[in-house]
Write a protein that binds this ligand. Structure first.
Ligand code: PHE
Length: 450
């Protein structure tokens, strides 16, 4: 046991932890999924609910996961087994592993597109294209099902490579430098976007809420998006928490990550919507929203060619630091609980993900056989994981910390055994114990009824 503990890999520095956790959180969820969801759910009203979700639920749930992880020093399943031996709580961990696997499967589809779009950017294929041509290219690409699967396979392989190399050498090193760079490029893009003709319509779509638009669907979508974007509810942050050293401050880590993630999402909205309205792209355009709008903004910029390449490279890396955390949940489980060595755990997890994930990719072709009741396999995987499994996982995690682990152990963990101050600990614990479970349940049920 102590042997095993010594061998566990860990994060090297404070900034490394935040970078790795923020690397997990910041990804396609912010830049691709957030604008899609916002556009499909009426804009500003969604943004408001989203902000409420990340502030009031995101921080407490994230802190709960980090506490579970660091206290148990274990993977998502092992954590519950250690903290609540011989109980049914480990089901939460198994749910998380399953969910990580499903998310990785469809997430790697979109991750693969970022590689295709790097090639397109390098070969200058966006130059001078209007919206119709851009949209045509996007759907032509989807119809090349196997090309999608190829990129997906390459992306899964890249993820496996980093995860195989281990936490400190792999994950941490990449995340530290590249995430700040993404922020910079988004700011540049944002400035260009809001100064395009007709951008103000996009700004009011984003910032002047119509409260009558808030219904069960908006609530559950915002909740699902909040959990998805912050990597919550499936054990990614339990797993990462287990690599955090005893002297590090969990509360400030949670605050920093939530802040960074939300900043990037709102910034992505600021990039996409003013430009989309300016070019005449519908906010409900879904997948094409980001992949068509962004190159078109670059077309309007001096130096756009180079910036566009850099943007898609950074987007790919942002996706990679997220897929790493998804795969890490599965690999940590396989290697620590089933004692399959790390190398083979990684190989098997990747092969299985590619197999399942290729259905997600192929389901986006025209006339695909992989659609059930009018919904593509891709959509179904996304819906089941984000809107059902993550909120369910989240509610069980806060109930676990609030009622099973309890106040004393929670306080011990957030104050590092009383050596640091955590002035918000009482408020946060109150939310974890009472408000968060009730709020998540209400939103979840109202969404299901809808
Ligand atoms: N949070 C990541 C993103 O926004 C996706 C993710 C979800 C990663 C769940 C890990 C766990 O892109």
């Amino acid at each position: 046991m102590s042997e095993e503990k010594k061998k566990r890999d860990g994060f090297g520095s404070k900034i490394g932890i935040i970078a790795a956790a923020a690397g997990s959180a910041i990804g396609l969820g912010n830049i691709y999924r957030f604008p899609c969801e916002l556009g499909n759910n009426g804009g500003a009203a969604f943004l408001l609910v989203y902000l409420a979700v990340v502030i009031f639920l995101g921080i407490p749930v994230m802190l709960s996961e980090l506490v579970i992880g660091r206290r148990s020093q274990s993977n998502a399943v092992g954590a519950f087994k250690k903290l609540a031996p011989k109980s049914a709580w480990s089901i939460v961990g198994y749910m998380g592993v399953l969910c990580g696997f499903i998310i990785f499967a469809f997430y790697s589809t979109v991750s693969g597109w970022t590689l295709e779009y790097i090639i397109k950017a390098v070969s200058n294929s966006f130059q001078g294209k209007d919206l119709a041509a851009m949209e045509q290219d996007f759907s032509d690409f989807h119809n090349m099902g196997w090309r999608n699967v190829m990129w997906q396979a390459i992306f899964i392989f890249l993820t496996g490579f980093v995860v195989f190399k281990g936490v400190q050498n792999g994950i941490e090193r990449y995340a530290k430098i590249l995430m700040p760079l993404l922020l910079v490029i988004l700011i540049v893009l944002g400035i260009r976007s809001v100064t395009l003709p007709g951008a103000s319509e996009g700004l009011s779509f984003l910032f002047s809420p119509d409260f009558s638009k808030i219904d069960g669907k908006v609530l559950i979508s915002a909740l699902g998006q909040g959990f998805f974007s912050l990597s919550l509810g499936m054990g990614a942050l339990i797993t990462y928490g287990s690599y955090i050293k005893k002297k590090d401050n969990l509360t400030s880590t949670a605050f920093s990550v939530v802040l960074a993630d939300t900043l990037i999402a709102v910034l992505a909205g600021l990039v996409i919507f003013p430009a989309a309205f300016s070019f005449g792209i519908r906010p409900t355009a879904g997948m094409g929203l980001v992949f068509n709008t962004i190159p078109m903004i670059f077309n309007q910029m001096t130096g756009g060619y180079i910036f566009c390449i850099i943007f898609f490279v950074l987007l790919a890396i942002a996706a990679l630091t997220s897929t790493i955390s998804l795969l890490e949940v599965v690999v940590a489980y396989l290697s620590e609980e089933l004692h399959i060595n790390r190398k083979w755990s990684t190989v098997w997890a990747c092969v299985a993900t590619l197999f399942i994930g290729s259905f997600a990719s192929l389901s986006l072709m025209e006339n695909t056989p992989f659609a059930i009741g009018g919904r593509t396999v891709f959509d179904l995987m996304d819906f089941v994981s984000s809107n059902i499994l993550l909120p369910l996982g989240g509610v069980l995690i806060v109930i676990f910390v609030g009622w099973r682990l309890g106040k004393t152990k929670f306080f011990e963990e957030v104050t590092n055994e009383g050596t640091i101050k955590a002035s918000l600990k009482k408020v946060i614990f109150f939310i974890i114990r009472y408000l968060a479970p009730i709020a998540i349940m209400i939103v979840f049920i109202s969404g299901l009824i809808n």
